[in-house]
Design a protein. Structure first.
Lengths: 239, 239
């Protein structure tokens, strides 16, 4: 049982709440029972910390006090369990792809990861300005689906160039002048979606081969980016 | 210019951050430039408060200090403008309907309102346990679309009974044993979606005429409720 926030392990691991230390160490923190169990199935768990008095269903754990647990999370509601987990190695691009340009809302990114697994996307590419997927809130919103998809961090201009060479259709998203998603027949595609407020960067948008359009009532200018992405990949999986 | 949080008007309006006072008064607070402009188009604005030194593009406003503005919002980032707005009168049920059972995440509810306008839903019915739509975060996530749809608060058992009498197909959502959404041909329907963690209440689910199923990869158990709702109403608008 650890009851001091000055414990060396706790001091080291609590730094993982910052992206910089996650990037350096290749480790991150997860904080729900569901996520911990999913991570255990994948054999990527390094350490588990359980709140004192809670029943241990995980195997090898270290008990900690509430004060110590509080050091290992940014969430308002104190978790009963957190685990320290190794990032998986980035794999080669394979299958259909979704690229995220500058998404900032962790809930949106988590939701998109979940939908990508549902609709058979194999790889997500995170551009330079997108929120870190190893952020606790993204992980929660992904419902553990992050373990079922290949996630790559890479500059999006370079990525698009690579994908074009590999024969991918690059599908952009913008509010007007697109192809109705029911009419898109690409069998090997990379979908590019953008920031909540400003959409996809223009330089990237100009590199696209076609643009996806979701037919909607003119009273509504646009959809939430998580919803729009999900509808497009749902429809493309049905075409 | 108001510079004291003890000003009577500010004291009165700041109570609208609590649901109880919104329910009592029929007023609520909105807090982005976009929402204020949309509300002005609808002629439902009662008062506008603008942060000192900001340019007035709204007409009749009262300037306030940062400290006073802080009293009128729960948002972390201080808004430059807030308005006090009258709730619109609930109208009769008309057209297609979405019913929300116990949704708790303001972002999800706001997103659903936005998608409902996009895909021609005319009425949203809020069950007893769903988060208040006049909550600042719901309003933000709705991107002002709340003004373009009829919102009714009503017990969902009563609602379903009414809707059945009116000839609506009641479409439930659950993870298994449903009809593929591409095969649903209802022309007059009410879709019932449920809480983020537990889904739709069983008693309500048993009252449904059919259940919507979204075909997805078996690695993924379910979608975010905002996404699932949006995909279903998108697909039904296309059938």
């Amino acid at each position: 049982m650890i009851n001091s926030i000055n414990n060396e392990k706790i001091k080291k691991y609590s730094k993982l709440l910052q992206k910089k230390y996650r990037d350096e160490s290749g480790l991150y923190i997860i904080s729900t029972d569901h996520l911990v169990r999913e991570a255990q199935k994948k054999n990527i768990v390094v350490d588990i910390f359980l709140l004192e008095d809670k029943k241990n269903v995980y195997g090898n754990v270290t008990y900690v006090t509430e004060t110590v647990m509080r050091k290992l999370t940014n969430l308002k509601t104190l978790p009963t369990v957190v685990a320290i987990v190794k990032k998986e190695v980035e794999r080669e691009i394979l299958g259909n792809v979704v690229m995220l340009d500058g998404l900032q809302d962790p809930g949106n990114v988590g939701t998109i990861i979940r939908s990508c697994v549902a609709f058979n996307i194999d790889t997500i590419i995170l551009g330079d300005n997108t929120v870190d997927v190893y952020n606790e809130k993204v992980l929660r919103a992904s419902e553990g689906m992050i373990y079922n998809i290949n996630i790559i961090k890479k500059n999006l201009i370079d990525s698009i160039m690579d994908l074009k060479v590999k024969g991918y259709d690059i599908i952009g998203t913008r509010v007007d002048n697109g192809t109705d998603i029911k009419e898109i027949t690409s069998k090997k595609y990379a979908l590019l979606v953008g920031n909540e407020g400003c959409g996809v960067n223009n330089q990237l948008l100009n590199l696209c081969d076609l643009y996806a359009y979701i037919k909607m009532n003119s009273m509504c200018e646009s959809l939430n980016v998580g919803v729009a992405t999900s509808i497009i990949i749902y429809q493309l999986s049905e075409n």
